[in-house]
Design a protein around this ligand. Structure first.
Ligand SMILES: [Zn+2]
Length: 269
């Protein structure tokens, strides 16, 4: 079933692994100038900013990539290196305290366990002053898990395992997509699941990190091909086990959903 926030427009093709990337680059260098220009354009796109999207900031807090001047004017603190694809003046901004309750800080509205208020935090309106120190992750009723059919058994079983491991944390599940197999995504073959983890599509959450790292750690039983969350990808065929912050970064695809800040994408073998 498709919902209004169905991330079907998301193209989940992973970027080439580092080794493959090198050979692709050299192959392309040997082709025509026009091809090289196209490739150069792709590379230029890859270093564009994901301004107003999430990051992990000072003290490991949820942050937002904004200009340092916007950050300081709203009372936040910037750290370098946490918005690596952004211009030099765009950094990860956090605000550890805000006037909405004694334990309040600024975070994404899906992750607020208390009441939240706008106008006190840097970045977009979804980055709010939350009255509670609790994470507030999830709290959703159990999502519908597709039956085996167009959605393959490996994906259905994987979906069940993830949902069972994180009660209340997955709001909605998408498996198949309106495309023929093989296609541009593992969704076309019913071998990928999108785990929607925030209050709505297009609304970021930091909740997906824990889920994504769990998928990595359970790669064997899940028969994992690769997992994407928060503009980073991890594949058992090329990556060692490591924290999400060290996963391979992906290009900026233009919005919260396509950059996987509102859902975890899991491809199965
Ligand atoms: Zn997906």
């Amino acid at each position: 079933m498709e919902g209004s926030d169905n991330p079907l427009r998301t193209d989940d093709i992973p970027p080439p692994a580092p080794s493959a990337f090198g050979s692709q680059y050299h192959r392309r260098q040997q082709t025509t100038t026009m091809h090289f220009k196209v490739f150069a354009l792709v590379m230029a796109t890859a270093v564009m900013a994901a301004v107003n999207e999430p990051c992990i900031g000072s003290g490991g807090r949820a942050g937002v990539c904004v200009t340092t001047s916007d950050c300081s004017s709203s009372g936040g603190v910037s750290i370098s290196g946490a918005c690596p694809s952004d211009p030099d003046n765009v950094k990860c901004c956090t605000k550890a305290t805000c006037p909405n309750g004694s334990a309040g800080n600024c975070r994404w509205q899906s992750d607020c366990g208390g009441s939240s208020a706008t106008g006190m935090c840097p970045g977009p309106s979804q980055f709010k002053c939350c009255s509670s120190a609790a994470t507030g992750f999830g709290g959703y009723p159990a999502p519908t898990i597709p039956g085996v059919g167009a959605c393959k058994a490996v994906a259905v079983e994987g979906a069940k395992k993830v949902v069972a491991a994180f009660p209340g944390r997955v709001r909605q599940i998408y498996c198949t997509r309106d495309c023929s197999c093989p296609g541009t995504s593992d969704h076309c073959c019913g071998k990928a699941i999108d785990f929607m983890c925030s209050d709505a599509g297009g609304v970021p959450t930091m909740s997906g990190r824990e889920l994504a790292e769990w998928v990595m750690n359970n790669r064997g039983t899940l028969n994992l091909k690769y997992v994407i969350w928060g503009q980073r990808i991890w594949s058992p065929s090329v990556d060692g086990v490591k924290a999400w912050t060290s996963w391979r970064p992906m290009e900026d695809r233009g919005d919260v959903t396509q950059n996987h800040w509102d859902h975890v994408h899991v491809s199965f073998n």
